[in-house]
Design a protein around this ligand. Structure first.
Ligand code: SF4
Length: 274
């Protein structure tokens, strides 16, 4: 199976636009702009993200998660019995020029673990991409398979842990083992805003920002829907996770999610959608 990857490179934004300045000093314009004479040549954001994707999809570092993702893939749900599950880690997905990152917890056993794309083929993804579409961050409101034509606009969707965990609960050790991929994605993307879906993603992103050397407020503000945390790097914007547990109970409504993505859009420096 072909690993699902980033969208083709779209717009590029200039280096150094992470609030607080360029953290790596490399050229991130994909060669479109002329670098300063002394700037080292480096891979474009799209190339760097593709390299991360290539590593992620081969990863087997967490024995418990490898066993689980493959066991689920070998025993499809009856409604998907004719499908070949991806059954491997799920890379990030979206626009290599993204100024906004959305971070979830981990792929769903019969969602991303089946389709091979993050938040694709499950109810959480339906909620997420409908909201992103309404906010002008996705070209379509549905996300059913890796080849359904979904394109994100100025956004990148990823997860704290890349393999589906039993009971949707990765261990702390698994979170920390997987963190390096998120570190590298954020180092490439240098977003203006990170929307964290749920408290697990909030904590994971916080730790990753610390690893990147980002100055963070102390103590860490408590997670809550709509809580917005400025840092020396991106603004961290908290949202309840669009899990069925939250959406079925009304803890998270579509207007609540719309507010998050409209705010994220503004924080990323974009005008509201028409
Ligand atoms: S959770 Fe992350 S580190 Fe662990 S096996 Fe999956 S991709 Fe690798």
């Amino acid at each position: 199976m072909t690993p699902p990857g980033a969208q083709p490179a779209g717009r590029r934004r200039p280096a150094g636009d992470w609030p607080g300045g360029d953290r790596t000093g490399g050229d991130r314009t994909g060669g479109r702009r002329s670098p300063p004479p002394t700037a080292p040549e480096g891979p474009s954001a799209a190339e760097a993200l593709a390299a991360i994707t290539a590593e992620v999809v081969e990863c087997r570092r967490c024995p418990r998660l490898v066993r689980w993702r493959e066991e689920v893939a070998a025993n499809p749900r009856s409604s998907y019995r004719d499908e070949v599950y991806w059954g491997r880690p799920i890379p990030g997905f979206g626009d290599p020029a993204a100024r906004g990152v959305v971070a979830g917890l981990a792929p769903a056993a019969h969602g991303g673990n089946r389709t091979g794309r993050v938040f694709t083929g499950d109810r959480s993804g339906d909620w997420l991409f409908r909201a992103m579409h309404r906010a002008g961050l996705a070209n379509q409101p549905h996300s059913v398979s890796a080849d359904d034509g979904l394109q994100l606009i100025g956004a990148w969707v990823t997860a704290a842990v890349r393999c589906a965990p039993p009971a949707n609960k990765p261990t702390i050790e698994e979170r920390d083992t997987c963190a390096g991929y998120l570190v590298r994605e954020l180092a490439v993307l240098r977003p203006a805003v990170i929307v964290v879906l749920g408290s697990f993603a909030y904590e994971a992103v916080w730790r990753v920002l610390r690893q990147l050397g980002t100055a963070l407020p102390a103590p860490r503000p408590r997670f809550g829907h709509g809580v917005e945390v400025p840092t020396a790097g991106p603004v961290v914007l908290c949202s309840f996770h669009p899990s069925q547990q939250n959406t079925f109970t009304g803890k998270l409504t579509e207007p609540m999610l719309d507010e998050i993505f409209l705010r994220a859009r503004t924080l990323a420096g974009r005008r509201p959608p028409p």
